[in-house]
Structure formats: C-alpha cells, structure tokens
Design a protein around this ligand. Structure first.
Ligand SMILES: [Fe+2]
Ligand SMILES: [Fe+2]
Length: 405
C-alpha cells in the first residue's frame, strides 16, 4: 500500500488539515493517510501546546467522524521518550512490526495490510525551503518520499525548491494541487474562533472547555506544569480516553479553585491530575495497593482506586507531599477534618466541565465563591444518590457529614 504519514500538533485540528488529507487521497498518489499528533511533552511557558491527550483525542474525534476507512490516527508518539523528531517517528512507523498490526487493527484487510508498503511524508510546500535544516533530513528521506501540497496560486518557487532538494538528497518529491483553506491553529486559538473548525473538534473543545481550562497553567509554577504534561503522557497507556481527559480536567479545575480559595495551585494541579490514576488497574492490584496505604479502610471496589491512586502517586510519580497524597486518598469518600485541598479535589471531581450530572449548575456557580457551601451541596447530592440506590454510606463520608450538620 501507499501510505501517507501526516504529523502535526493539531492545536486544534482545522479545515486546512482536512483539505490536505483530502487532497492527498484524491491526488491518487496514496491509498491511506495516517495522522500522527506530536506528543512533544515538555512544557515551555508562552508557547506550550495544550497537553497531548487533548490534541490526540480531539484529532481522533474529527478523523473518525469525517472519514471512512482510509484515514487513521496513530498514538505512536506517546511511547517515545523526550522530544519527538520526525525522523524518530518515521523510523518506527515504517517498521513492519508496527505498520502491519496497525493496519490490521484499523480494518485494512489481508493482502493490503501485509504487502510491502511505500511511505510518503505529507506536507505543505511551505516546508520545502527549510527542509534541509530539519533533524537528519537524509534519514527522513530514506524512509519516505515527500508528498507535498501545492496551493493554487503558489508561485513558481515550489518547482525550484523541489529541484534543489532532489539535487541535494537524490529524493522523490510528489506534488499535488489543492484548494488552500486559509486557516492557522494559532489564529483560531488567539481569536477563540472554534466555530470555524470541524464540528467534532468544536464539540470536543466545548465539552472539556479546553482552551479556557488550560489558563490554569498561568497560576502554577513551571515545575508543576511540567509535572502535569509528563503525567498526562505517562497515564495514557493505563487510562481510557474518557477517564484520562476527566482526570486532566480535574487537575486544571482544582488549580483554579485553589487560586480562588488561597491554597497552593501547584498542589491542587498535581493532586487533581493524579486523583484517578489507579482507576483502571485490575481490581486485585488496586486492592493490594490500597492495603499498603490504608489497611482495610476501603473495601468497596469503587473506592479502592482512591488509596491505590495515592500509592501510585508516590511510587510511580514520586509524590511525597502528604497533603497531595491525602487529597487523592479521600477524593471519593471525604473524611472528618477535610482540608481545603481535600474539598477542592473532591468537588472538582464532580463538577469538571465534561461531567453531565443534572444538578451541577449551582455547584459550579458557587464553587469559586464559597467552597464549603459548594462541597456541602455536592456531598448532599452524593448521599442522596447512595440512599436512593440503597448503597451504604462509608464511615468516612458519614464522619464528614456529621461534622457539617
Ligand atoms: Fe475517582
Ligand atoms: Fe474522578
């Protein structure tokens, strides 16, 4: 098969990207396109991309809704350490051990998936003048030819740039013409023009309130932000998309609430982002980890991930701060003597933007103004639900409730 690889940050994905993919397919040069969001997980203040899982799942939502069976999204860069260079991505993607299982798992049948593949790196003609300054350009071209979109109206320089590269590297460059869509991710972000991008991306941004929520990073130190970015990537293999996005949302909202209520935004960001890190481990493993943190205090399967999360936060993520570990341990039950940080994570867990419980609007309204009242409302609603389902109230929750009466 002839496979185009299309890497980018997709922050956010827009119609320019879509036109490039459609143009590549209709040019007849390739059979399928694999879209590869960059992970590049290091946080750089002032020019940081939004955390990689948001960009990956937003891109996937768009590709899955707009294309049938010939465009796929790959998460391969989540398994890379450090900066992701194009050459590293190409080296891995073009291996049979990667590409054959990837195509099969995306529904490409037998022969098509197994036959020897030909790879193209999909790009716009704007990269041509500086391509020789990329990291290891000759090695890039040993894995893939360039498949380059030329917008109608581009000047003749494209031809001479191609000739220059062909001469320098002895490489193939396939050109195709497309109708350029004048969109740029930075413009869309800066002007909040999310109504001008594919609907699935606009919906995703609205559900998670992504570009507003990430303003919480401005309240936190660089090291806390870096921790968040790294944790988001580290949790990618062990949490489903929905759970991972939820836990990122809780981290960001916790930091904002911490700022409103005068406690450490860094601690809230970290406790929030890790609060469900153990949630999708096998129950036996959760039980074992939970016991190490709190003996037999938690036995209900639904609660085990809280102390187990504190265990993982310490062991896997290196957290030693007791306030953070406690906020994770008690985020499902609460406890007598709740700290401000405990209440923030407990509440953020229930009201982060993607939550759809019916009774959240008042809690969301007052959470920045009166944390105790919002937490009280939240606890009442949780206890109410438990009583209706005839589920026992945990003694720790009971203790907190009695304290508030
Ligand atoms: Fe949880
Ligand atoms: Fe949660």
């Amino acid at each position: 098969m002839r496979i185009a690889l299309f890497g980018g940050s997709f922050d956010p994905i827009h119609y320019g990207h879509m036109e490039l993919i459609k143009g590549a397919l209709s040019s007849g040069s390739v059979d399928v396109v694999i879209v590869i969001p960059t992970v590049a997980n290091s946080f750089k203040r002032g020019r940081a991309l939004i955390p990689a899982p948001y960009r990956y799942y937003m891109t996937k939502a768009v590709i899955d809704s707009e294309f049938d069976r010939n465009v796929f999204v790959s998460d391969i860069e989540f398994s890379f350490e450090g900066i992701s260079y194009t050459v590293n991505t190409l080296r891995e993607v073009t291996k049979d051990s990667f590409i054959i299982p990837f195509l099969l798992s995306n529904g490409v049948k037998g022969e098509d998936a197994l036959t020897r593949h030909q790879f193209f790196w999909l790009c716009g003609s704007d990269i041509l003048p500086s391509f020789d300054t990329w990291y290891k350009p000759a090695e890039i071209l040993s894995y893939a030819a360039l498949l380059c979109a030329r917008r109608k109206g581009d000047d003749a320089d494209v031809i001479s740039e191609c000739a220059k590269l062909k001469n320098q590297f002895g490489c193939d460059i396939a050109l195709f013409e497309m109708n350029g869509v004048d969109q740029a991710s930075s413009e869309i972000r800066n002007h909040n023009s999310f109504d001008s991008i594919p609907k699935a991306a606009a919906d995703f941004i609205a559900v998670h309130d992504v570009y507003n929520a990430v303003k919480a990073f401005d309240l936190c130190s660089d090291s806390a932000c870096e921790f968040f970015y790294d944790a988001a990537v580290k949790m990618f293999p062990t949490l489903s998309g929905k759970r991972l996005l939820h836990t990122l949302n809780v981290g960001l909202l916790s930091a904002k609430l911490a700022n409103d209520h005068g406690v450490s935004c860094d601690k809230a960001l970290i406790a929030g982002v890790l609060h469900d890190c153990a949630k999708e481990y096998p129950i036996e493993e959760q039980l074992e980890m939970a016991r190490k943190v709190s003996g037999d205090t938690f036995t209900d399967e639904k609660l085990l991930h809280s102390p187990a999360g504190a265990y993982l936060a310490a062991e896997k993520f290196g957290i030693t701060d007791k306030e953070i570990l406690d906020a994770i341990t008690y985020h499902t039950t609460g406890r007598g003597g709740m700290t401000v940080l405990d209440k923030i994570v407990y509440l953020a867990d229930k009201i982060e933007p993607s939550r759809t419980y019916t009774d959240l609007s008042e809690m969301r309204r007052i959470a920045p103004l009166d944390l105790d009242r919002a937490a009280r409302l939240c606890l009442d609603s949780v206890m109410d639900k438990f009583r209706r389902k005839n589920r026992p109230i945990h003694p720790l929750t009971d203790a907190w409730n009695k304290e508030l009466l």
